[in-house]
Design a protein around this ligand. Structure first.
Ligand SMILES: NC(=O)c1ccc[n+]([C@@H]2O[C@H](COP(=O)([O-])OP(=O)(O)OC[C@H]3O[C@@H](n4cnc5c(N)ncnc54)[C@H](OP(=O)(O)O)[C@@H]3O)[C@@H](O)[C@H]2O)c1
Length: 309
């Protein structure tokens, strides 16, 4: 990181991937501002740095003025804000498109030199999935407001505290069967959170990354069935029944599960599962950033154990 950098602002720095990034930034000595809905809840993040180095601030991402205030003196801005399911007042377009646009415009106006936008594989404004469409619209809005922005599109991200391996690991420990939505044929290329954080660090500092979009995938692709079988083995329930659930049935089931607290499955997620989540090969990736991807088998056993969690 350039010695002339004073302040990096990390929207979404309180999340799973954000914590890895904040830890890496802290080691460089820069001041890190973490705008959050609940700055009190992210106070523990401050332990990753020296006293006063990491500063959580309260920000409403619907407010241009609040965003602008949090960006005062920002040399670089990272936007990690994202959701997998909507909640009251938190729609996909508002969070992943409009807020991204607002942050990129404000970053430009504040004179930031670098902007990194965390998107996702499959981002496409024309997608029938509201998640993927809002990610695609967010990318376009960021590019329009901050043309030099670096866009990163990971596949599913793993590491302690992840939302895939740990969630299915817990389910494997509790349920008599796991649902193989769409027969389990969808392919994923899980990428380690530490590698994603390393990619952000390169994107921030290497001018060659400017204006580029990277797809981030791990060393190999797995079918959904292969991943669930692996998770069941790690969770100590290798014989757990995997119940094939055709997409139309999964869609009906999701319509009911959307009504449960925390929305364990949504119809939009079922739509997402109809497409493979692997790198296309037409965009640069981790190797172009000088990063050797870490295998699932090296990391997942460190946090997914037979207790199921
Ligand atoms: N994890 C994956 O497998 C994966 C895969 C592909 C792409 N991504 C993308 O990577 C980014 C980070 O993912 P993650 O796994 O770290 O997610 P995460 O743990 O759920 O963190 C999401 C972050 O977004 C913030 N956020 C959500 N809604 C907000 C709102 N209305 N106002 C303000 N902040 C809000 C959260 O802040 P609070 O603390 O206030 O809730 C949190 O800091 C996201 O953009 C996600 O779409 C993740």
């Amino acid at each position: 990181m350039s010695a002339s950098w004073g302040r990096v602002v990390v929207f979404g720095g309180s999340g799973f991937i954000g914590r890895h990034i904040v830890q890496r930034l802290a080691r460089t000595g820069v001041e890190i501002v973490v705008p959050s809905r609940n700055p009190g809840q992210v106070a523990s993040l401050r332990l990753a740095g020296e006293v006063g180095q990491i500063v959580p601030v309260a920000v409403d991402i619907g407010s241009d003025a609040a965003i602008a205030a949090s960006l005062t003196g920002a040399d670089a801005v990272i936007n990690l804000i994202g959701i997998l399911a909507t909640s009251r007042g938190n729609g996909f377009d508002a969070v992943q498109h409009q807020a991204a646009a607002r942050i990129a415009r404000a970053a430009k106006a504040a004179g930031a030199r670098t902007f990194v936008q965390m998107s996702a594989i499959g981002a496409d404004p024309a997608s029938d999935s509201a998640y993927a469409a809002s990610k695609g619209a967010g990318e376009a809005a960021v590019r329009a407001a901050f043309p030099d922005a670096v866009i990163l599109r990971p596949s599913i991200v793993f590491g302690p505290g992840d939302g895939f391996f740990q969630r299915f690991g817990r389910m494997a420990g509790l349920l008599p069967f796991l649902p193989l939505i769409g027969g389990g044929h969808t392919r994923f290329q899980p990428v380690y959170a530490g590698d994603v954080a390393d990619a952000v660090m390169v994107a921030l500092t290497d001018p060659a990354c400017r204006r580029r979009t990277y797809e981030l995938g791990g060393p190999r692709a797995y079918s959904f069935r292969e991943l669930l079988e692996y998770i069941c083995r790690q969770a100590g329930v290798p014989g757990r029944w995997l119940l094939p659930l055709p997409f139309p049935i999964a869609t009906v089931q999701a319509a009911f599960m959307e009504l449960l607290p925390g929305k364990p499955l949504t119809r939009d997620q079922v739509r997402l599962l109809k497409r493979d989540n692997v790198v296309s090969g037409t965009l640069p990736g981790l190797s172009d950033l000088g990063i050797v991807p870490t295998a699932v088998e090296l990391v997942v056993p460190t946090y997914l154990r037979p207790s199921g969690g």
